[in-house]
Ligand binder design. Sequence first.
Ligand code: AR6
Length: 185
Amino acid sequence: DPSSRAEDTAPTRLEAVRGDITRQSVDVIVNAANSSLLGGGGVDGAIHRAGGPEILAECRELRAGALREGLPTGDAVATTAGRLPARWVVHTVGPVYAVRTDRRPLLESAYRRSIEVSAGLGARSIAFPAVSAGVYGWPPDDSARLAVTAVRAALAAGPSSVELVRFVLFSDEMHELFAAELSRP
Ligand code: AR6
């Protein structure tokens, strides 16, 4: 039917807001996790604190089953969102920034795989933090450019359930960088 076809091909809206990702009412919150999936600081710590023990319990189950070696850098996996307003948490692992090796493909992959996993769940809205831009040391300006480019490329791969991608940035500086990147054609 023509109306559902139009819906399938509607362009995904991209936006940047300053705020706390745990407070976002979206289908998917992306977690900047580490390969262990067993918690940490930054966004990861905030998500587990706000979401409660259910998320960690599901992460442990994944580690006992399909992800015995941990989640590889650049990949993504979904769990429940526990008490968060979101429906799912999609955990991804960005690379640690390195001066001497180009790890950009791994960071692009973290964004792409997060979108693929979210679309696989039928998610309509996704909130991303600036993956790798905290403890993992990615330079802020490159973080913004790469995130926006990678998300646009992943969405251009074909129609999906995803209608909204919201970057949620913790500082004014990061918010300005992401907003500037999104305002480029
Ligand atoms: N909402 C939105 N953004 C946040 C929040 C929040 N509640 N808290 C921090 N940020 P990081 P990474 C910003 O360090 O660099 C963990 O220990 C933060 O200011 O959370 O990928 C994991 O377990 C920064 O801009 O993630 C891993 O071991 C961005 O989110 C490791 O850190 C990402 O910072 C992953 O490091």
